[in-house]
Write a protein that binds this ligand. Structure first.
Ligand code: L34
Length: 293
């Protein structure tokens, strides 16, 4: 990657990886096979979910994948959704699929996740994939953590023996990230601290960190006084903050006070253009992996 500042450019890196994926797709198609095919189920009208799923579909087109978007009203019953999942499990034309979260309150997210065939679970959310990840077995890694690992790897961030402090213990980011960063492998071997809402002395914990991974969904939570000189900062937060001056009426801010922290750290991911695009690209990598012959 071309580097002329201390920004980890997730948008550019995702373009590079998409280019690599499209080369693979060309080879698949040239050898007479059909291209990988991703399906996405989108329930309801959540604007953020709509925008993320749209970006996933657009990215499929960019790399030559087939994609199918299934949109349903927010009042769909849990049984209907489970039926839809079952159809996708059985559809041999579809290699992998996702159910975009969050789901409406009357639907049990874990029940739906557990209904997905683990071999088509390109989000890596099914307990079988989470279990395999914990044991270091081959599996689908959840897209956001997978994207972060690739950013650290391709920007040459040394993680072995480093202090990594993660903020947030969600099933889709904080918890899997803590497992991956402590694994005995390249871009792993870190000493991991998983902090959360009950953590005492958050500032003290963060000041020890060589690598900070912020995933709490609280705008500008990490301020410059909480960051050690030279630390690497990965900002997973995508918070919509009202802004009358902005075109869409809001702007996106991360969990980190970017402007203040960027002068103190050695590397930092921006929001937007950091972890978000890498999440989408990692989903494509999982779908490529799911394509079986
Ligand atoms: N099932 N649900 C399922 N799988 C996922 O992997 C997700 N996630 C998270 C929410 N729910 C999910 C996503 O897709 C978050 N997420 C996601 C995907 C893409 C982006 C952000 C979050 C993204 O592209 N962000 C852009 C800005 C987008 C905008 O303008 O709103 C960025 O540059 O950060």
């Amino acid at each position: 990657m071309i580097q002329n500042d201390n920004i980890i450019d997730g948008k550019s890196l995702s373009q590079v990886i998409k280019q690599e994926i499209s080369e693979e797709v060309k080879k698949i198609v040239q050898s007479g096979h059909r291209a990988p095919h991703l399906a996405a189920i989108l329930i309801g009208e959540n604007p953020a979910s709509q925008s993320y799923v749209k970006s996933k579909v657009r990215s499929c087109e960019q790399v030559g994948f087939r994609s199918t978007l299934i949109q349903k009203e927010a009042d769909i019953s849990e049984d209907e959704l489970l039926e839809l999942v079952d159809q996708l499990n059985k559809n041999e034309e579809i290699d992998g699929f996702i159910v975009q979260l969050p789901l409406p309150k009357h639907i049990d997210e874990m029940k739906v996740t557990m209904a997905i065939d683990p071999e088509k679970d390109v989000d890596g959310f099914h307990p079988v994939n989470v279990g395999k990840m914990s044991l270091g077995l081959d599996c689908f890694l959840p897209a956001t953590p997978y994207g972060i690992i690739q950013m650290l790897d391709r920007y040459g961030v040394e993680t072995s023996g480093k202090q990594c402090v993660i903020i947030g213990r969600s099933n889709i980011v904080g918890t899997p990230m803590s497992i991956l960063m402590s694994r005995k492998m390249k871009t792993g071997n870190a000493t991991v601290t998983l902090t959360h809402s009950r953590t005492q002395n958050m500032k003290e914990e963060l000041l020890r960190a060589d690598i900070i991974i912020a995933a709490i969904g609280y705008p500008n939570f990490v301020t410059a006084d909480m960051v050690k000189e030279g630390a690497v900062i990965i900002d997973v937060g995508i918070n919509r903050v009202e802004d009358a001056a902005a075109k869409r009426g809001y702007r996106l801010v991360g969990d980190v006070d970017f402007e203040a922290c960027k002068n103190k750290c050695s590397l930092i991911t921006p929001v937007p253009g950091g972890v978000g695009p890498m999440t989408v690209t990692s989903l494509l990598l999982n779908t490529l992996k799911a394509r079986k012959f």
